[in-house]
Design a protein around this ligand. Structure first.
Ligand code: SF4
Ligand code: SF4
Ligand code: FES
Length: 505
């Protein structure tokens, strides 16, 4: 924290340069905004100020002692120095004391490459250490939560995690026990942390004390690419970054991306599961086609030809769309402009999870609507004069006596408890073209007319509309790992141009 919503402003000097900030802003927050680096451990913009690490010292002209900048309000005319030898010397010594009991774990520590201690050692380190005392040993690799491992020896007692538990989840699950060099971070007794926001503790811990069970030892972070995306795990639409190793065609982890209006600094643990099933080895890689009792793979052009001949064959018959709320606004627009406007399809069914509790909200971020774009789907349907309320119409679709169904599956099967069962039932219909991302053994769905692999959310551009009506942008973070995968808009464009050509002929 450290910035305030006010119209009143103050101007002060930061390293000799005038800086104007809202009244109430701390020197630390102002420096951050101005991209002036002040070393810090305990300060975090999403938490209250603790002032415990004593790392963020600055000099205020006219005052006798150095002061911590995270708890220092900028006042008019104040002159702050962050770069003098006296200030730099204080940073060196603060770091030296933080390292006093920190183990030399870097080669086996998951935080290596994104560790505050490593980073600051390079920029403000006191390379001729004068510490000769034995390090105090503390318990390592403790199982403290469903998703967390805690190494108390690595902890620098910054208290970020304690404040997160008190202020964000309000679960109060962590405390600092004992005093002096025996002070230790931990849960109360044998209690474990079980809430849905555990991995934020890993994100905010500036050292490798909290590590993620899911990500531990999977990959060195410097090998990962990091790209912006939006979490499709529920209708909140949190801003996230996706860390992947494209050369291995593997996604590794999701982290929250700061978005003041939607998710601030946080995301939930359910949202960290959105990559499940998206690595190349888990995906449906090819199109499959039913032809004279053979269910076999086919190339993209053959699939397009097949869909075109299906559309011609079923022209004038009952064609239906079964659509989940996990596609982008652009995909809905393209789908409905082709199927509704051009092909005259009026029979559109929503495909939703059986166990959905639409109005649930956990009071922090997670919503019961586990689709990213319910609102976008309803808006698009309305635009094409098909008025719907949110409803699971899967059963209605099954009994609709449709001659041909195009089923646009949920792309995130992890939040769709009935997905496999639904797929199996669909595959028993007479003529169903099923489009999806994750791989369920194609042979299990041999009854489909055809199976089409789609690119998934990190691999496409477009927008979701979240529950509040805000547009959330997918930036096409990675090229698709599935070379035969179809983008819905491209697929429909091809069908559309072929229909035009056949009408001209
Ligand atoms: S575990 Fe990490 S976040 Fe918690 S007090 Fe220790 S260093 Fe800080
Ligand atoms: S609250 Fe919803 S959108 Fe945000 S991270 Fe969790 S599942 Fe994803
Ligand atoms: S960041 Fe200011 S005292 Fe820790």
């Amino acid at each position: 924290m450290g910035t305030v919503e006010t119209k009143e402003e103050v101007t002060f000097k930061l390293n000799g340069i005038d800086v104007t900030v809202p009244k109430g802003t701390t020197v630390m927050a102002a420096a951050k905004r101005e991209k002036v680096a002040i070393p810090h451990f305990c300060w975090h913009p999403g938490l209250s100020v603790a002032g415990v690490c004593r790392f963020c010292m600055v000099k205020v002209k006219g005052r006798p002692k150095l002061e911590i900048s995270c708890n220092l309000e900028a006042t008019p005319g104040m002159e702050v120095d962050t770069v003098s030898d006296e200030v730099k010397d204080s940073h060196k010594w603060a770091l030296e004391f933080h390292l006093a009991n920190h183990p030399l774990d870097c080669p086996i520590c998951d935080q290596a490459g994104e560790c505050g201690l490593q980073k600051y050692y390079m920029s403000v380190g006191k390379y001729n250490s004068q510490m000769t005392e034995e390090k105090v040993l503390k318990p390592k690799a403790l199982d403290v939560g469903d998703k967390l491992v805690l190494d108390t020896e690595r902890c620098i007692l910054c208290s970020r995690c304690v404040r997160f538990e008190n202020e964000v989840t309000k679960t109060g699950g962590l405390g600092i026990f004992d005093r002096g060099d025996r002070a230790i971070i931990g849960t109360y007794g044998d209690e474990k942390i079980t809430h849905n926001y555990q991995e934020n503790l890993v994100d905010i811990c500036p050292v490798g004390a909290f590590t993620s069970k899911e990500f531990r030892f999977k990959q060195r972070v410097w090998f990962l690419k990091e790209k912006s995306s939006i979490c499709p795990g529920c209708s909140t639409g949190c801003a996230v970054s996706i860390h992947a190793k494209p050369e291995m065609e593997t996604y590794f982890r999701v982290k929250p991306r700061y978005d003041k209006k939607v998710n601030g600094h946080w995301m939930c643990d359910k949202g960290r599961e959105i990559l499940s099933g998206l690595d190349k080895k888990e995906r449906l890689e090819n199109s499959y086609l039913q032809d004279q009792d053979e269910f076999s793979t086919c190339e993209r052009p053959d699939m397009i030809n097949h869909l075109n001949s299906l559309l011609s064959r079923f022209r004038g018959k009952k064609i239906s769309l079964l659509v989940s709320a996990q596609y982008t606004n652009e995909e809905y627009e393209r789908l409905f402009s082709f199927f509704v406007e051009k092909m005259g399809v009026r029979s559109i069914f929503q495909w939703r999870s059986k166990e959905e509790k639409l109005n649930d909200f956990d009071g922090i971020l997670l919503r019961g609507d586990r689709n990213p774009n319910t609102r976008g789907l309803l808006d698009a349907l309305r635009k094409f004069h098909i008025l719907k309320e949110v409803e699971n119409e899967f059963e209605a679709c099954l009994t609709s006596s449709s001659d041909l169904i195009f089923a646009f599956s949920p792309l995130l099967s992890s939040s769709f408890s009935s997905f496999e069962e639904d797929l199996a039932r669909l595959s028993k219909l007479k003529s169903c073209v099923c489009l999806f991302t994750t791989s369920y053994q194609a042979r299990d769905y041999i009854g489909f007319n055809s199976l089409i692999p789609l690119v998934s959310f990190p691999e496409k551009t477009g927008h979701y509309t979240n529950y509040k009506g805000e547009k959330r942008e997918l930036e096409g973070a990675y090229p698709s790992f599935i070379h035969e995968g179809f983008d819905v808009c491209e697929l429909v464009n091809e069908l559309d141009s072929n229909i035009k050509a056949s009408l001209r002929a």
